[in-house]
Design a protein around this ligand. Structure first.
Ligand code: FES
Length: 369
């Protein structure tokens, strides 16, 4: 005999019968638990739901559930339409949020509603159509006997029967449709990983990450105060987060933070004789080295620098780079060294880039050489 016992075996759906004798249908919505001092759950009499004895209510519930699953599928289709039809540069005003990207807003809204509708449909199905009996399972040793395997199979069949998965064909089909469509947004978004798109993303990731705002002679400014830097302002052992001087104008023109993210660098200073190797001849200035701030693993910004060892530690997955040895990886999942920016000073004595980055910044991807 099964150790799964139901509290009220008579509570399985019994569509086509009237409300049980003595039960007022208007009382059916009242909660079972009345508050402190009420009967323990096991002693509370079971109250059937309206859909248990009213075929019309059951059909109404079936339509509600199916509609939610269909709506989920529709939202997925709208997600794909929004991804294709709305320009990444388009903006929309949304109360409370102000002016935001129209495509991001549409993608978030449709995908969120797709998830919500599947969840709401499942809850509605369980609340209104599946059996609402309480099931008690006794504790016992974990190993199953052949007898228990047979029982488990029987319980599975019983669950399938009682949940109505076989009975409610429309629900079953709409649920399967919703679940098949549900992963599509994730697949569609993968397109951005290998193909150019309109607007600011007019290049593949390889092209996009290969160019930054750094050009020859571009003054280096501090991140935050945007002050130009002189070499003597950086002490040995110090670290400064920095950007190209014109980063704010670029950001304003592009309406996004892409340029800022790609161009972020750190400057560290060590004694010149502590530098064991660099990515190019004379790319430091009197012991000051400039490296991309974006981790080559999956792109976290890094600024945890241990000046005695010259190790740069990424807080996300602990990749560690040796800045005294060309930024090479000495620990962690990153597969590539941190790109180095060649620097010098201009005629006014301010630190500047001597050339753009020689290799793409940011995380690895499959087109990278
Ligand atoms: S992002 Fe830096 S280690 Fe993963």
């Amino acid at each position: 005999m099964s150790d799964l016992t139901t509290r009220d075996e008579g509570a399985t759906p019994d569509h086509g019968h009237s409300a049980p004798e003595g039960v007022n249908p208007d009382d059916l919505a009242r909660p079972l638990y009345e508050g402190p001092g009420a009967l323990p759950a096991a002693d509370i009499p079971h109250r059937p739901r309206r859909s248990d004895f009213d075929p019309k209510a059951a059909r109404r519930a079936e339509r509600q559930v199916s509609s939610l699953f269909l709506l989920s599928g529709l939202m997925v289709v709208l997600f794909i339409v929004a991804y294709i039809a709305i320009s990444p540069q388009a903006e929309v005003y949304v109360p409370l949020f102000g002016v935001i990207g129209a495509q991001n807003f549409a993608l978030g809204l449709t995908f969120g509603l797709a998830i919500f509708c599947i969840g709401a449909g499942a809850i509605q199905w369980a609340k209104k159509l599946m059996p609402d009996v309480e099931v008690v399972q006794e504790r016992h040793p974990l190993a199953s006997t052949p007898h228990e395997d047979v029982e488990a199979e029987e319980q599975y069949e019983r669950g399938k029967e009682e949940s109505g998965f076989a009975q409610y064909r429309t629900i079953r089909r709409t649920l399967i449709t919703a679940m098949v469509l549900f992963p599509l947004p994730l697949i569609v978004l993968l397109r951005d990983l290998w193909s150019p798109r309109g607007g600011s993303l007019t290049a593949s990731p390889s092209e996009f990450l290969s160019t930054t705002a750094w050009v020859e002679g571009m003054p280096i400014v501090t991140d935050g105060t945007y002050q130009k830097l002189r070499p003597e302002e950086i002490p040995v052992g110090g670290l400064v987060s920095a950007l190209p001087e014109d980063i704010n104008e670029i950001q304003e023109a592009e309406h996004n933070l892409n340029a800022r993210g790609k161009a972020a660098i750190i400057l560290v200073r060590m004694e010149p004789d502590e530098i064991r190797s660099q990515q190019g001849e004379g790319w430091d200035y009197q012991g000051i080295l400039a490296y991309s701030k974006i981790c080559t693993h999956v792109g976290c910004p890094i600024a945890l620098y241990e000046h005695r060892t010259h190790h740069l530690l990424c807080p996300c997955h602990q990749s560690t780079f040796d800045l005294a040895d060309a930024g090479n990886v000495i620990f962690g999942p990153a597969a590539r060294r941190m790109p180095q920016l060649p620097i010098g000073v201009n005629e006014e004595g301010f630190l500047v880039a001597k050339a753009p980055f020689a290799e793409p910044v940011g995380p690895s991807f499959w087109e990278r050489g």
